[in-house]
Write a protein that binds this ligand. Sequence first.
Ligand code: ATP
Ligand code: MG
Length: 139
Amino acid sequence: MATNRTFTMIKPDAFAAGNAGAITKIIEENGFTIKAMKLTKLSAERAGQFYEIHKERPFYNDLVAYMSSGSIIAMILENENAVESFRTLIGATNPAEAAEGTIRKLFATSIEANAIHGSDSDENAQIEGNFFFSDLEKF
Ligand code: ATP
Ligand code: MG
């Protein structure tokens, strides 16, 4: 995957609230091109694998339960400086600290149920894209 790509997930709270369309529109309006997209649901085991880096954190078990509680939409996005510019677009982890106009400010309901994920490095964008899309060479 080139360095102009990032990976995102619309999380279960945002999908269940019917915000997937609005969030996708904001993503596209901000210059991101959707290269791959999948509506799916994570098992607790897969959610635990995805967030394995947080295994020792006190919120890990709740995070796994939340991320496996409903449907999610996984996407690979392309833009200039994709990883950093997407993290700016989604805003701070805690919506109370997220800047005005960011996706988390608009749609997140708590520090846990924060509507959307964004990869934090080019390396993780590639790892996370491969986690959901086994046929990446097509995109
Ligand atoms: P993400 O990796 O989902 O894009 P992030 O990089 O902003 O989010 P991380 O520190 O990687 O934040 O945390 C991963 C996810 O764990 C958060 O998005 C949130 O859903 C949950 N989380 C983080 N901190 C807390 C906390 N203190 N209490 C409850 N849940 C939390
Ligand atoms: Mg993170």
